[in-house]
Design a protein around this ligand. Structure first.
Ligand code: SIN
Length: 179
C-alpha cells in the first residue's frame, strides 16, 4: 500500500514506512487554500496549509511512502486523526520516480488526503502577499505556520521540484522574514 504526501507529509511523515520514492500526481495542483485550526493555527485564528485542486493540465510532485502491512491499521487511524480538519481519503494513480526524480515507469494506486472545496476549512485564494501575511502571523499546536511553508519549500527544492505556487509564496514571505 502506498501513501502520497504533498504537504507536511513530504517533510514530516512521522509514521513508520517501508521505503519512500518521489512521485508525480497528474491532474492536480497544490495550493495553500486550506485553513488549519488544529496544526498551524487555532480555531479562533486558523493557519493556512495546502490542499489539492483538480486541474487536468497540472501535475503535483510529492513523496510516496510504502506503508508496511504490520501496524497499518494504527498508522492509517493516526493519519486520519492528523488530517481530520477537512481532508478525505482518495485513491489516485501515482507515477513513481527514483531518487533523482526520474520516472521509473511504475504507476501505483496511492492513498492521498485531499481537502475538497466543500469542506468547512476551505478558504481558497487571495493575493500572495495576503497569503504570506496569514502564514507569517499564524501559530498552532504543531508549531509556526512559517515552518510549514519553509520546510515544504526546502523539501521540494531538495527533490529538484519547482512548484511555482510554493516558490511565489516563499518570495512573498521573504520580506516579512527579513524585517
Ligand atoms: C499531505 O501532506 O499530503 C496532506 C496535507 C498536510 O498534511 O499538510
Amino acid at each position: 500500500m502506498w501513501l502520497f504526501g504533498y504537504g507536511s507529509l513530504v517533510w514530516r511523515p512521522a509514521f513508520p514506512y517501508a521505503n519512500k520514492q518521489p512521485a508525480r500526481l497528474d491532474g492536480w495542483k497544490r495550493r495553500f487554500y486550506q485553513a488549519s485550526p488544529d496544526h498551524r493555527g487555532t480555531p479562533d485564528a486558523p493557519g493556512r496549509v495546502v490542499t489539492l485542486l483538480p486541474e487536468p493540465s497540472e501535475q503535483c510532485w510529492g513523496m510516496a511512502y510504502r506503508v508496511p502491512e504490520k501496524g497499518r491499521g494504527q498508522i492509517l487511524d493516526d493519519l486520519d486523526f492528523r488530517e481530520k480538519a477537512g481532508y478525505e481519503r482518495h485513491q489516485l494513480p501515482l507515477h513513481l520516480a527514483d531518487e533523482h526524480g526520474t520516472l521509473t515507469g511504475e504507476v501505483v494506486e496511492g492513498l492521498v488526503y485531499v481537502a475538497n472545496r466543500d469542506n468547512p476549512n476551505f478558504i481558497g485564494s487571495c493575493s500572495m502577499e495576503e497569503m504570506a501575511q496569514h502564514i507569517y502571523r499564524s501559530v498552532g499546536p504543531s508549531g509556526a505556520n512559517i515552518e510549514y511553508l519553509v520546510e515544504l519549500s526546502k523539501a521540494l527544492a531538495s527533490m529538484g521540484v519547482h512548484d511555482p505556487h510554493v516558490v511565489d509564496l516563499m518570495s512573498a514571505l521573504q520580506p516579512l522574514l527579513d524585517n
